[in-house]
Design a protein around this ligand. Structure first.
Ligand code: PLP
Length: 394
Protein backbone atom coordinates (compact mmCIF):
# COMPACT_ATOMS: atom_id res chain seq x y z
CA UNK A 1 0.00 0.00 0.00
CA UNK A 2 1.26 3.50 -0.78
CA UNK A 3 2.05 5.87 2.09
CA UNK A 4 -0.73 8.15 0.95
CA UNK A 5 -3.28 5.33 1.06
CA UNK A 6 -2.04 4.27 4.47
CA UNK A 7 -2.64 7.78 5.81
CA UNK A 8 -6.29 7.79 4.77
CA UNK A 9 -6.68 4.37 6.30
CA UNK A 10 -5.51 5.51 9.71
CA UNK A 11 -8.39 7.96 9.83
CA UNK A 12 -11.02 5.33 9.10
CA UNK A 13 -13.82 4.69 11.53
CA UNK A 14 -13.79 1.37 13.41
CA UNK A 15 -16.45 -0.41 11.31
CA UNK A 16 -14.48 0.35 8.14
CA UNK A 17 -11.11 -0.29 9.72
CA UNK A 18 -11.97 -3.90 10.62
CA UNK A 19 -12.71 -4.57 6.95
CA UNK A 20 -9.38 -3.10 5.84
CA UNK A 21 -6.82 -3.80 8.56
CA UNK A 22 -4.24 -6.52 8.03
CA UNK A 23 -4.96 -7.02 4.33
CA UNK A 24 -2.69 -6.54 1.36
CA UNK A 25 -4.42 -8.39 -1.50
CA UNK A 26 -1.80 -7.50 -4.09
CA UNK A 27 0.88 -9.21 -2.02
CA UNK A 28 -1.14 -12.37 -2.73
CA UNK A 29 -1.99 -12.11 -6.45
CA UNK A 30 -5.07 -10.02 -5.67
CA UNK A 31 -6.85 -12.61 -3.54
CA UNK A 32 -8.93 -10.70 -1.02
CA UNK A 33 -7.92 -12.57 2.14
CA UNK A 34 -4.41 -13.48 3.27
CA UNK A 35 -3.76 -17.15 2.50
CA UNK A 36 -2.95 -19.75 5.15
CA UNK A 37 0.82 -20.16 5.20
CA UNK A 38 1.75 -23.38 6.98
CA UNK A 39 5.40 -23.79 7.82
CA UNK A 40 8.19 -24.48 10.24
CA UNK A 41 11.28 -24.14 8.04
CA UNK A 42 11.77 -20.95 6.09
CA UNK A 43 14.52 -21.17 3.47
CA UNK A 44 17.30 -18.64 3.04
CA UNK A 45 18.76 -18.17 -0.44
CA UNK A 46 22.38 -18.04 0.81
CA UNK A 47 24.52 -18.49 3.92
CA UNK A 48 25.00 -14.74 4.00
CA UNK A 49 21.23 -14.23 4.14
CA UNK A 50 20.98 -16.83 6.92
CA UNK A 51 23.67 -15.13 8.96
CA UNK A 52 22.05 -11.72 8.54
CA UNK A 53 18.57 -13.07 9.41
CA UNK A 54 17.41 -10.11 7.39
CA UNK A 55 14.35 -11.52 5.67
CA UNK A 56 10.82 -10.89 6.91
CA UNK A 57 10.25 -14.52 7.99
CA UNK A 58 12.90 -16.79 9.48
CA UNK A 59 11.12 -19.63 11.29
CA UNK A 60 7.56 -20.79 11.90
CA UNK A 61 7.47 -19.97 15.62
CA UNK A 62 8.28 -16.34 14.86
CA UNK A 63 5.32 -15.91 12.55
CA UNK A 64 4.05 -16.35 9.02
CA UNK A 65 2.38 -13.91 6.62
CA UNK A 66 -0.96 -15.17 7.97
CA UNK A 67 -0.20 -14.54 11.64
CA UNK A 68 1.50 -11.26 10.81
CA UNK A 69 -1.62 -10.09 8.95
CA UNK A 70 -3.67 -10.53 12.11
CA UNK A 71 -0.98 -8.98 14.32
CA UNK A 72 -0.72 -5.93 12.09
CA UNK A 73 -4.46 -5.59 11.68
CA UNK A 74 -4.98 -5.80 15.44
CA UNK A 75 -2.24 -3.25 16.12
CA UNK A 76 -4.01 -0.80 13.81
CA UNK A 77 -7.35 -1.38 15.51
CA UNK A 78 -5.95 -1.25 19.05
CA UNK A 79 -3.70 1.74 18.37
CA UNK A 80 -0.71 -0.40 19.38
CA UNK A 81 2.93 -0.48 18.32
CA UNK A 82 2.91 -4.28 18.09
CA UNK A 83 0.75 -7.32 18.76
CA UNK A 84 1.56 -10.99 19.34
CA UNK A 85 -0.80 -13.97 19.08
CA UNK A 86 -1.14 -16.76 21.62
CA UNK A 87 -3.01 -20.09 21.58
CA UNK A 88 -5.71 -18.80 23.99
CA UNK A 89 -6.75 -15.76 25.95
CA UNK A 90 -5.37 -17.31 29.12
CA UNK A 91 -1.98 -17.79 27.46
CA UNK A 92 -2.10 -14.09 26.54
CA UNK A 93 -2.63 -13.19 30.21
CA UNK A 94 0.35 -15.31 31.27
CA UNK A 95 2.54 -13.84 28.56
CA UNK A 96 1.64 -10.25 29.48
CA UNK A 97 2.31 -10.86 33.17
CA UNK A 98 5.64 -12.55 32.46
CA UNK A 99 6.60 -9.63 30.19
CA UNK A 100 6.19 -7.20 33.07
CA UNK A 101 7.45 -9.13 36.10
CA UNK A 102 10.66 -10.62 37.49
CA UNK A 103 11.65 -12.51 40.62
CA UNK A 104 11.12 -10.29 43.64
CA UNK A 105 8.56 -8.11 41.90
CA UNK A 106 5.24 -7.03 43.38
CA UNK A 107 2.15 -7.10 41.19
CA UNK A 108 -1.24 -5.51 41.82
CA UNK A 109 -4.25 -7.33 40.37
CA UNK A 110 -7.86 -6.21 40.45
CA UNK A 111 -10.02 -8.34 42.72
CA UNK A 112 -12.53 -8.56 39.87
CA UNK A 113 -10.12 -10.31 37.48
CA UNK A 114 -11.06 -13.35 35.43
CA UNK A 115 -10.61 -16.24 37.86
CA UNK A 116 -7.92 -18.14 35.87
CA UNK A 117 -5.82 -14.93 36.02
CA UNK A 118 -5.79 -15.35 39.79
CA UNK A 119 -4.83 -19.01 39.48
CA UNK A 120 -1.89 -18.02 37.25
CA UNK A 121 -0.81 -15.33 39.73
CA UNK A 122 -1.27 -17.31 42.96
CA UNK A 123 0.30 -20.46 41.55
CA UNK A 124 2.89 -19.85 38.88
CA UNK A 125 3.89 -16.24 39.54
CA UNK A 126 4.13 -16.87 43.29
CA UNK A 127 6.32 -19.94 42.64
CA UNK A 128 8.75 -17.73 40.74
CA UNK A 129 9.05 -15.26 43.59
CA UNK A 130 6.54 -12.64 42.47
CA UNK A 131 4.34 -11.29 45.23
CA UNK A 132 0.75 -10.73 44.11
CA UNK A 133 -1.64 -8.42 45.89
CA UNK A 134 -5.30 -7.90 44.99
CA UNK A 135 -6.95 -4.50 45.10
CA UNK A 136 -10.48 -3.14 45.18
CA UNK A 137 -11.53 -2.62 41.53
CA UNK A 138 -13.06 0.74 42.50
CA UNK A 139 -9.83 2.05 44.04
CA UNK A 140 -9.09 4.52 41.19
CA UNK A 141 -6.13 6.84 41.84
CA UNK A 142 -6.04 5.52 45.43
CA UNK A 143 -3.90 2.70 44.08
CA UNK A 144 -0.94 5.06 44.52
CA UNK A 145 -0.93 4.12 48.22
CA UNK A 146 -0.42 0.43 47.33
CA UNK A 147 2.54 0.98 45.02
CA UNK A 148 5.90 -0.24 46.30
CA UNK A 149 9.37 0.36 44.89
CA UNK A 150 9.29 -3.21 43.56
CA UNK A 151 5.81 -2.95 41.97
CA UNK A 152 6.36 -3.75 38.29
CA UNK A 153 2.81 -4.31 37.06
CA UNK A 154 -0.79 -3.34 37.71
CA UNK A 155 -3.50 -5.44 36.07
CA UNK A 156 -6.91 -3.95 35.32
CA UNK A 157 -10.01 -5.60 33.91
CA UNK A 158 -12.97 -3.38 33.25
CA UNK A 159 -15.77 -4.18 33.58
CA UNK A 160 -14.83 -6.94 36.03
CA UNK A 161 -15.47 -10.57 35.14
CA UNK A 162 -19.02 -11.52 36.14
CA UNK A 163 -19.44 -8.71 38.70
CA UNK A 164 -19.07 -5.89 36.12
CA UNK A 165 -17.34 -3.16 38.18
CA UNK A 166 -16.13 -0.32 35.94
CA UNK A 167 -12.61 0.80 36.84
CA UNK A 168 -11.11 4.26 36.55
CA UNK A 169 -8.38 2.97 34.24
CA UNK A 170 -6.81 6.35 33.34
CA UNK A 171 -6.45 7.23 37.05
CA UNK A 172 -4.98 3.82 37.89
CA UNK A 173 -2.61 4.06 34.92
CA UNK A 174 -1.43 7.54 35.94
CA UNK A 175 -0.65 6.33 39.48
CA UNK A 176 1.08 3.18 38.21
CA UNK A 177 3.19 5.14 35.71
CA UNK A 178 4.23 7.62 38.39
CA UNK A 179 5.83 4.60 40.09
CA UNK A 180 7.28 3.18 36.86
CA UNK A 181 4.94 0.16 36.73
CA UNK A 182 3.52 -1.44 33.59
CA UNK A 183 -0.27 -1.27 33.22
CA UNK A 184 -1.80 -4.45 31.81
CA UNK A 185 -5.46 -4.49 30.76
CA UNK A 186 -7.62 -7.52 30.12
CA UNK A 187 -9.77 -5.76 27.54
CA UNK A 188 -11.75 -8.80 26.40
CA UNK A 189 -15.23 -7.45 27.24
CA UNK A 190 -14.93 -4.17 25.33
CA UNK A 191 -12.40 -5.06 22.61
CA UNK A 192 -10.35 -2.12 21.28
CA UNK A 193 -13.43 -1.07 19.27
CA UNK A 194 -15.21 0.04 22.44
CA UNK A 195 -12.26 0.84 24.70
CA UNK A 196 -8.96 1.91 23.09
CA UNK A 197 -6.64 0.45 25.72
CA UNK A 198 -3.39 2.23 24.87
CA UNK A 199 -5.06 5.61 24.45
CA UNK A 200 -6.48 5.14 27.96
CA UNK A 201 -3.02 4.58 29.44
CA UNK A 202 -2.51 0.82 29.29
CA UNK A 203 0.93 -0.45 28.23
CA UNK A 204 -0.11 -4.03 27.43
CA UNK A 205 -3.62 -5.08 26.47
CA UNK A 206 -4.93 -8.62 26.40
CA UNK A 207 -7.79 -9.80 24.26
CA UNK A 208 -9.27 -13.27 24.49
CA UNK A 209 -9.90 -13.39 20.74
CA UNK A 210 -11.80 -16.57 21.54
CA UNK A 211 -14.74 -14.30 22.39
CA UNK A 212 -15.78 -11.43 20.09
CA UNK A 213 -12.99 -11.68 17.53
CA UNK A 214 -13.70 -15.35 16.81
CA UNK A 215 -17.42 -14.82 17.33
CA UNK A 216 -18.48 -18.37 16.49
CA UNK A 217 -17.43 -20.47 19.52
CA UNK A 218 -15.11 -22.54 17.35
CA UNK A 219 -11.71 -20.98 17.97
CA UNK A 220 -9.28 -20.36 20.83
CA UNK A 221 -6.89 -17.46 20.31
CA UNK A 222 -5.35 -14.68 22.39
CA UNK A 223 -3.73 -11.36 21.52
CA UNK A 224 -1.40 -9.11 23.47
CA UNK A 225 -0.87 -5.63 22.10
CA UNK A 226 1.77 -3.21 23.36
CA UNK A 227 2.47 0.48 23.17
CA UNK A 228 5.84 1.68 21.85
CA UNK A 229 7.45 1.52 25.29
CA UNK A 230 6.65 -2.16 25.86
CA UNK A 231 6.62 -3.55 22.30
CA UNK A 232 10.19 -4.83 22.27
CA UNK A 233 9.99 -6.47 25.67
CA UNK A 234 6.71 -8.15 24.69
CA UNK A 235 8.14 -9.49 21.42
CA UNK A 236 11.30 -10.79 23.15
CA UNK A 237 9.27 -12.59 25.81
CA UNK A 238 6.97 -14.01 23.15
CA UNK A 239 9.91 -15.32 21.13
CA UNK A 240 11.38 -16.98 24.21
CA UNK A 241 8.26 -19.11 24.57
CA UNK A 242 7.68 -20.09 20.96
CA UNK A 243 3.99 -20.26 21.78
CA UNK A 244 2.35 -18.56 18.85
CA UNK A 245 -0.95 -19.25 17.19
CA UNK A 246 -1.22 -21.51 14.15
CA UNK A 247 -1.98 -20.11 10.70
CA UNK A 248 -5.39 -21.79 10.44
CA UNK A 249 -6.49 -20.21 13.70
CA UNK A 250 -5.11 -16.82 12.67
CA UNK A 251 -7.00 -17.12 9.39
CA UNK A 252 -10.27 -17.92 11.17
CA UNK A 253 -9.68 -14.95 13.49
CA UNK A 254 -9.06 -12.68 10.47
CA UNK A 255 -12.40 -13.81 9.08
CA UNK A 256 -14.04 -13.00 12.42
CA UNK A 257 -12.40 -9.59 12.43
CA UNK A 258 -14.25 -8.53 9.26
CA UNK A 259 -17.65 -8.77 10.96
CA UNK A 260 -16.62 -7.96 14.52
CA UNK A 261 -17.83 -4.35 14.52
CA UNK A 262 -21.16 -5.36 13.00
CA UNK A 263 -21.69 -8.20 15.46
CA UNK A 264 -20.71 -6.06 18.43
CA UNK A 265 -23.10 -3.31 17.39
CA UNK A 266 -25.99 -5.76 17.11
CA UNK A 267 -25.09 -7.58 20.32
CA UNK A 268 -24.84 -4.26 22.17
CA UNK A 269 -28.32 -3.28 20.98
CA UNK A 270 -29.88 -6.65 21.81
CA UNK A 271 -28.17 -7.01 25.19
CA UNK A 272 -29.16 -3.52 26.30
CA UNK A 273 -32.76 -4.14 25.22
CA UNK A 274 -32.86 -7.39 27.21
CA UNK A 275 -31.07 -5.84 30.20
CA UNK A 276 -33.66 -3.02 30.32
CA UNK A 277 -36.46 -5.54 30.02
CA UNK A 278 -35.01 -7.71 32.81
CA UNK A 279 -34.57 -4.67 35.04
CA UNK A 280 -38.36 -4.21 35.08
CA UNK A 281 -39.13 -7.85 35.90
CA UNK A 282 -40.35 -8.49 39.47
CA UNK A 283 -38.12 -11.59 39.81
CA UNK A 284 -34.97 -9.50 39.21
CA UNK A 285 -33.24 -7.55 41.95
CA UNK A 286 -30.43 -5.87 39.94
CA UNK A 287 -29.04 -5.87 36.42
CA UNK A 288 -25.28 -5.29 36.22
CA UNK A 289 -24.83 -3.64 32.84
CA UNK A 290 -22.61 -0.52 32.66
CA UNK A 291 -24.75 1.12 29.97
CA UNK A 292 -27.73 1.24 32.35
CA UNK A 293 -27.93 4.54 34.27
CA UNK A 294 -28.64 2.46 37.42
CA UNK A 295 -25.16 0.89 37.21
CA UNK A 296 -22.72 2.39 39.75
CA UNK A 297 -20.02 2.59 37.06
CA UNK A 298 -22.25 4.19 34.43
CA UNK A 299 -20.59 7.63 34.44
CA UNK A 300 -17.07 6.18 34.12
CA UNK A 301 -18.28 3.88 31.37
CA UNK A 302 -19.77 6.85 29.50
CA UNK A 303 -16.52 8.77 29.85
CA UNK A 304 -14.14 6.01 28.74
CA UNK A 305 -16.04 3.57 26.49
CA UNK A 306 -17.67 4.15 23.13
CA UNK A 307 -20.19 1.34 23.60
CA UNK A 308 -21.04 -1.90 25.38
CA UNK A 309 -20.68 -5.49 24.29
CA UNK A 310 -23.30 -8.17 24.81
CA UNK A 311 -22.25 -9.55 28.20
CA UNK A 312 -23.91 -8.51 31.46
CA UNK A 313 -25.03 -10.03 34.75
CA UNK A 314 -28.26 -10.25 36.70
CA UNK A 315 -28.91 -10.72 40.41
CA UNK A 316 -32.24 -12.38 40.97
CA UNK A 317 -34.35 -11.88 44.07
CA UNK A 318 -33.92 -14.65 46.60
CA UNK A 319 -34.77 -18.00 45.01
CA UNK A 320 -34.01 -21.63 45.72
CA UNK A 321 -31.35 -23.53 43.79
CA UNK A 322 -34.12 -25.70 42.43
CA UNK A 323 -36.08 -22.70 41.15
CA UNK A 324 -33.00 -21.29 39.41
CA UNK A 325 -32.29 -24.68 37.84
CA UNK A 326 -35.89 -24.79 36.58
CA UNK A 327 -35.40 -21.34 35.02
CA UNK A 328 -32.01 -22.02 33.44
CA UNK A 329 -32.27 -25.70 32.47
CA UNK A 330 -35.51 -25.11 30.58
CA UNK A 331 -34.22 -22.24 28.43
CA UNK A 332 -34.36 -23.24 24.79
CA UNK A 333 -32.22 -20.52 23.19
CA UNK A 334 -29.57 -19.97 25.86
CA UNK A 335 -26.74 -22.48 26.07
CA UNK A 336 -25.26 -23.21 29.50
CA UNK A 337 -21.49 -22.97 29.22
CA UNK A 338 -18.25 -21.07 29.62
CA UNK A 339 -16.85 -18.46 27.29
CA UNK A 340 -18.99 -15.95 25.40
CA UNK A 341 -19.04 -13.61 22.41
CA UNK A 342 -20.43 -16.15 19.95
CA UNK A 343 -23.59 -15.98 17.86
CA UNK A 344 -25.53 -18.12 20.34
CA UNK A 345 -26.79 -16.64 23.59
CA UNK A 346 -25.35 -18.17 26.75
CA UNK A 347 -26.21 -18.14 30.42
CA UNK A 348 -23.99 -19.04 33.35
CA UNK A 349 -24.89 -19.09 37.05
CA UNK A 350 -22.01 -17.69 39.12
CA UNK A 351 -20.95 -16.87 42.64
CA UNK A 352 -17.63 -15.05 42.86
CA UNK A 353 -17.62 -14.85 46.67
CA UNK A 354 -15.07 -17.67 46.98
CA UNK A 355 -12.50 -15.95 44.76
CA UNK A 356 -12.57 -12.41 46.13
CA UNK A 357 -9.92 -11.52 48.67
CA UNK A 358 -9.62 -7.70 48.71
CA UNK A 359 -13.35 -7.04 48.63
CA UNK A 360 -16.50 -8.92 49.53
CA UNK A 361 -18.97 -10.00 46.87
CA UNK A 362 -22.44 -9.65 48.30
CA UNK A 363 -25.43 -10.70 46.26
CA UNK A 364 -28.94 -10.67 47.65
CA UNK A 365 -29.93 -13.60 45.41
CA UNK A 366 -28.66 -16.01 42.77
CA UNK A 367 -26.47 -14.43 40.07
CA UNK A 368 -26.47 -15.18 36.36
CA UNK A 369 -24.21 -13.95 33.57
CA UNK A 370 -25.70 -13.54 30.11
CA UNK A 371 -23.95 -13.32 26.77
CA UNK A 372 -26.45 -12.18 24.17
CA UNK A 373 -25.96 -13.67 20.73
CA UNK A 374 -27.42 -12.84 17.34
CA UNK A 375 -30.92 -14.29 17.74
CA UNK A 376 -34.06 -12.15 17.43
CA UNK A 377 -34.56 -10.25 20.69
CA UNK A 378 -38.29 -11.05 20.80
CA UNK A 379 -37.52 -14.78 20.75
CA UNK A 380 -34.96 -14.39 23.52
CA UNK A 381 -37.42 -12.42 25.65
CA UNK A 382 -40.15 -15.07 25.23
CA UNK A 383 -37.66 -17.75 26.25
CA UNK A 384 -36.63 -15.74 29.32
CA UNK A 385 -40.24 -14.88 30.22
CA UNK A 386 -41.15 -18.57 30.21
CA UNK A 387 -38.07 -19.24 32.32
CA UNK A 388 -39.00 -16.59 34.87
CA UNK A 389 -42.47 -18.11 35.09
CA UNK A 390 -40.83 -21.47 35.95
CA UNK A 391 -38.72 -19.69 38.57
CA UNK A 392 -41.84 -18.34 40.21
CA UNK A 393 -43.69 -21.65 40.06
CA UNK A 394 -40.97 -23.79 41.59
C1 PLP B 1 -12.47 -16.01 28.37
C2 PLP B 1 -11.62 -14.98 28.96
C3 PLP B 1 -10.23 -15.11 28.94
C4 PLP B 1 -9.53 -16.34 28.44
O1 PLP B 1 -9.76 -16.68 27.12
P1 PLP B 1 -9.53 -18.16 26.60
O2 PLP B 1 -9.24 -18.00 25.16
O3 PLP B 1 -10.81 -18.88 26.89
O4 PLP B 1 -8.37 -18.74 27.35
C5 PLP B 1 -9.49 -14.08 29.46
N1 PLP B 1 -10.06 -12.99 29.99
C6 PLP B 1 -11.38 -12.84 30.05
C7 PLP B 1 -11.95 -11.60 30.64
C8 PLP B 1 -12.21 -13.82 29.54
O5 PLP B 1 -13.54 -13.68 29.61
Amino acid sequence: MSEEKRETKNKLRPATLVTQAGRAPFDHFGFVNPPVYRGSTVLFPTVAALEGLRQPYTYGTKGTPTTRALEQGWSEIAGAADTVLTPSGLAAIGLALLTATRAGAHVLVTDSAYQPTRIFCDGLLARFGVSVEYYDPLIGGGIAAMMRPETTAVLVESPGSQSMEVQDVPAIAAAAHAHGACVIADNTWATPLLFPPHERGCDLAIEAGTKYLAGHADLLIGLVSANAKWAKRLRTTFNAFGMGSGPDDASLALRGLRTMALRLREQERAALDIAQWLEKRPEVSRVLHPALPTHPGHELWKRDFSGASGVFSVILKEASKKAVAAFVDGLELFGIGFSWGGYESLVLPFDCSSYRTATRWVAEGPALRFSIGLEDVADLKSDLAAGLARLKLS
